[in-house]
Design a protein around this ligand. Structure first.
Ligand SMILES: [Zn+2]
Length: 193
């Protein structure tokens, strides 16, 4: 059952705090079709009616019901070999995306999995219209996940579960970086006492 894949990943994304109640989007590609979560669906309890089928390139009567992130999902499918996409709002990664142009995991195992994760839309002159192709362009260049500055992540895989695992690894890495930054801040503050 296709819906089961969506339910497992959606529930886990919400349980781990990687999306708020009605945020994020998931999709899979089946040939020239996309199955994507519905606009405003609750990630924690996805049902059959929350899955919208539309075209990779063509609209149909269901397209207006799809997640507002559909243009990004389409752009990624057109430019990469991805068969699944997970879009989430991981909090530590999102915070780091505001202060740097890439996120480099400290853990070597995670470095091997993710490399340095680029932040797109980082430059103030970035055009929102170009963001979809900028995200897809970064994922095309051998990346498994990218961050959109101050917004969230887009991860790709052959399965939803695979794209979800990259999201989870990135957020864990970002959390560690965040903790290290806090410790450094703590040490600096103590030395001034
Ligand atoms: Zn979003």
């Amino acid at each position: 059952m296709i819906v089961t894949q969506f339910q497992i990943v959606g529930r886990d994304l919400f349980a781990r705090g990687l999306v708020s109640s009605h945020a994020g989007s998931l999709s899979i590609r089946l040939g020239d079709r996309i199955i994507i979560t519905r606009r405003g669906s609750m990630m924690n309890c996805l049902q059959d009616s929350d899955l919208i089928e539309t075209g990779v390139s063509r609209n149909n009567r269901f397209t207006p019901l799809a997640s507002p992130e559909l243009p990004v999902h389409r752009s990624i499918y057109k430019q990469t070999q991805a068969l699944a996409i997970v879009h989430a709002h991981p909090p530590h990664s999102t915070a780091l995306s505001i202060i740097g142009s890439e996120i480099a995991p400290i853990n070597t195992e995670y470095q091997c999995i993710l490399g340095k994760v680029p932040v797109v839309g980082f430059k103030p002159e970035s055009n929102v219209k170009d963001l979809a192709s900028e995200i897809a362009g970064a994922l095309k260049a051998q990346q498994r996940i990218v961050m959109v500055r101050g917004h969230g992540s887009f991860a790709i895989g052959q399965l939803l579960e695979e794209a979800y695992s990259f999201t989870s690894v990135l957020e864990e890495s970002s959390h560690v970086i965040w903790l290290l930054k806090s410790l450094q801040y703590g040490q600096a503050a103590q030395s001034t006492l």
